[in-house]
Write a protein that binds this ligand. Structure first.
Ligand SMILES: NC(=O)c1ccc[n+]([C@@H]2O[C@H](COP(=O)([O-])OP(=O)(O)OC[C@H]3O[C@@H](n4cnc5c(N)ncnc54)[C@H](O)[C@@H]3O)[C@@H](O)[C@H]2O)c1
Length: 260
């Protein structure tokens, strides 16, 4: 298996894209460090991985809290001895124009999406260097590639992740650390369902109606993506096949951001 003997850390691993990616890493032989603010969700992931014969360290905590991040990364190293891959995936969505965004909501979005990515990367980089190199994949969004109405905090936090990716690729390439960013479009996960339900409630439509309208009008491939279709790109980028890709910003969106 291509990731035998390797350790992959995944944040937001309890649900959606993070869960699918943690399972994909485990299926290819990696030991998985799984963090989520929702502890039961990562405990159930751990059970699923272990029942399939894999190894998983599950940790319940908030990536915006430095002590949680340190305990998570230290726990992974104590258990598995190394860190090879980090998927910075945990994130929260928030629908609001700037003047209607409370400071607390702004902080939650920016601290989770942007500061959390900084904190976990910072904690992992020394271990990636010790391992002789590794790969960091940051999960931004199509919302980081262009503005989205009613999305000031979220889309700007995701744009920041794109530039952070480039900074890490520039500074750590010499240590054989690659850093890339994925920009999913519309992926069928609980986050996507909550988003559509909220937009639908404002328009007097169901979440599924909103989603269908959006897909028909905006996605050239005419469908939403599945979490596994994001996971396969993340594992490719971490694999030997992706060994010369660094600093890349990769849409995974069925053509959504190709143009108008
Ligand atoms: N689903 C989409 O359409 C889509 C599109 C673009 C980008 N994304 C990004 O993909 C990532 C994963 O989203 P998803 O759709 O799988 O959502 P999801 O809600 O299904 O999963 C996100 C997970 O992150 C966890 N989490 C949230 N805040 C956390 C925190 N502070 N610390 C630790 N864990 C935390 C949640 O508990 C949850 O398990 C997010 O960064 C999101 O912005 C999703």
């Amino acid at each position: 298996m291509k990731f035998s003997g390797k350790t992959a850390l995944v944040t937001g691993a309890g649900s959606g894209i993070g869960r699918a990616t943690a399972l994909a890493f485990a299926a290819q032989g990696a030991m998985v460090g799984a963090l989520d603010i929702n502890e039961p969700s990562v405990k159930s992931l751990q059970k699923e991985i272990e029942q399939a014969g894999g190894r998983c360290f599950a940790f319940g905590g908030d990536i915006a809290v430095p002590a949680n991040v340190t305990n998570f990364v230290d726990g992974c190293v104590a258990q598995f001895g190394r860190v090879d891959f980090l998927f910075n995936n945990a994130g929260v969505e928030f629908i609001s124009a700037l003047a209607d965004t409370d400071e607390a909501d702004w902080d939650k979005v920016v601290d989770t999406n942007y500061k959390g990515t900084f904190l976990v990367s910072k904690a992992c980089i020394p271990h990636l260097r010790t391992a002789g190199g590794g790969v960091i994949i940051n999960n931004a969004s199509d919302a980081g590639l262009r503005g989205i109405k009613m999305n000031a905090a979220y889309s700007s936090s995701k744009a920041a992740i794109i530039h952070l990716t480039r900074s890490v690729a520039l500074d750590y390439g010499k240590y054989n650390i690659r850093c890339n960013c994925i920009c999913p479009g519309c992926i069928r996960t609980p986050l996507c369902e909550r988003f559509n339900a909220e937009v639908g409630a404002r328009k007097g439509m169901s979440g599924e109606e909103v989603l269908k309208e959006f897909v028909d009008a905006n996605i050239p491939m005419g469908r939403v993506g599945m979490p596994e279709e994001v996971a396969s790109v993340v594992t490719f980028l971490c694999s030997e096949e992706g060994r010369y890709v660094s600093g890349a910003i990769i849409p995974i969106d069925g053509g959504l951001t190709a143009g108008m």
